[in-house]
Design a protein around this ligand. Structure first.
Ligand SMILES: C[C@H](O)[C@@H](O)CC(=O)C(=O)O
Ligand SMILES: [Mg+2]
Length: 443
């Protein structure tokens, strides 16, 4: 089935009105409507095999990502899966470095989100053809083949192809038992669902108490808009979860560098493990200053959900500007680029703690973090994957969480196929959910 040719690409703008209840709100994104540009690759295979992919957005602007996907589609349609995966590095380069389209990137912004959506669909298709969930496709893949999927351009000063290969070969030891461990216990997760910025203290208390009862031990709280609110909310959560559970805080880029240091120092009494996105996501040296200032307080810096490519991650690592690498399945160039980031993190000995949530981000990134543990890092120290309890019901193979752990998916593919009924209802602006909202606005 590798011979199957991709004969069509469709892309849809699908939005969920999460802002109505303040789900997903933070200090910078006060009214997110969790959304996706949803891609389907159709093939000429007898079994009418399809690949499903998506990239995540927070509402307005999704139509621009849809346009970018359409612009890139001519580079994909007409290719066989075999042509693509036998030189995946070359195909990645074709998509990310097209001689004309790279001007509107390169490898950043809308065009990078569109690249992610398309490549996620290609990886989904490949995993389906092999009859495996994506994490298993990666875990079973020969290290040389894995490395051949990565574009090392601009990162060889931090990680060479040979070094990447050596890391993967070394991690072969114990791989089988780690895979069995994951199938039995799952991968540790933390929750962000209890403490979005727009939630009331009452909601926060109720959701946090419920989460504790369900076995959650690690909690992330949104901060950054108002210091007194932050002190009150962090104090409330710390009291609820007790001294031994883990707290993280996330400012979503709200502060300048000095402001970040002062503000977080005032929250240090609540003992957060990390401050996430304290300042502009492009300010590597700013993050390095914050890291240095907060290290004596035992607080690390985490970032990555808006870090747009492997070159940025390389510099964050080289500058000791982060202590937690937050890969994102839809921000960078799909699995190909995330492989590079995971391997660089391993070389620099910095834990990977993925960003997830949104629509489909948990479904996707669970595959990457399972691969990281089984085939690269071989460690769970200071490692956990974000989980957010929204919108999973719209997926054909939703994430399974047991006792605050991600249970490895078993269905073939990359877990991002959505239910047709959900797509139709939420398609923007013509789906019934959006027509009803428009009607209410007119009344
Ligand atoms: C706008 C998103 O909900 C964002 O707040 C998510 C995020 O920062 C996280 O999950 O971390
Ligand atoms: Mg965040």
């Amino acid at each position: 089935m590798l011979e199957s040719k991709i004969i069509n690409l469709t892309v849809r703008d699908v939005r969920f009105p999460t802002s109505l209840e303040q789900h997903g709100s933070d200090a910078m994104h006060t009214d997110p409507d969790y959304s996706v540009a949803y891609v389907v690759l159709e093939t000429d295979s007898a079994a009418a095999l399809r690949g499903y992919g998506l990239t995540f957005t927070v509402g307005r602007g999704t139509e621009i990502v849809v346009c970018a996907v359409k612009a890139l589609s001519t580079l994909v349609v007409g290719k066989t899966l075999k042509e693509i995966v036998s030189d995946f590095r070359g195909f990645y380069r074709l998509l990310s470095s097209d001689g004309q389209m790279r001007w509107i990137g390169p490898e950043k912004g809308v065009i990078q989100l569109a690249t992610a959506a398309i490549l996620n669909a290609v990886w989904d298709l490949w995993a389906r053809v092999e009859g495996k969930p994506l994490w298993k496709l990666l875990v079973d893949m020969d290290p040389a083949k894995l490395v051949s999927c990565i574009d090392f351009r601009y990162i060889t000063d931090a990680l060479t192809e040979q070094e990447a290969l050596d890391i993967l070969v070394k991690a072969k030891a114990g791989q089988k038992s780690r895979e069995e461990q994951m199938l039995k216990e799952g991968y540790p997760a933390y929750t962000t669902s209890c403490a979005w910025l727009g939630y009331t203290d009452q909601q926060l208390t109720q959701l946090c108490s419920e989460a504790l009862a369900q076995g959650w031990t690690k909690f992330k709280v949104k901060v950054g808009a108002d210091l007194l609110d932050d002190i009150r909310r962090c104090s409330l959560i710390r009291k609820l979860i007790g001294p031994n559970n883990t707290l993280m805080i996330d400012a979503n880029q709200r502060w300048d560098v000095h402001e970040a240091i002062t503000w977080v120092t005032k929250l240090a009494e609540f003992q957060p493990l990390w401050i996430e996105e304290p300042t502009c996501p492009d300010d590597i040296l700013g993050h390095a200053s914050i890291s240095k200032a907060l290290a004596p307080l035992g607080i690390g810096v985490a970032t990555g959900e808006q870090c747009h490519n492997r070159v940025m991650f390389k510099q964050f690592l080289q500058a000791s500007a982060l202590q937690f690498v937050q890969i994102d399945s839809c921000r960078v160039g799909s699995v190909n680029e995330n492989l590079a980031i995971i391997l660089m993190a391993a070389k620099f000995n910095v834990p990977v703690c993925p960003h997830a949530g949104g629509v489909g981000l948990c479904e996707l990134v669970q595959h990457l973090i399972l691969f990281d543990y089984i085939s690269v890092s071989a460690s769970l120290k200071n490692r956990m994957c974000e989980y957010v309890d929204h919108l999973h019901e719209h997926f054909k193979s939703p994430t399974i969480i047991r006792n605050a752990h991600y249970i490895p998916p078993k269905d073939p593919g990359y877990s991002c196929e959505m239910l047709e009924e959900s797509l139709q209802k939420h398609q923007y602006p013509q789906g019934e959910v959006w027509r009803a909202i428009e009607q209410q606005g007119k009344q």
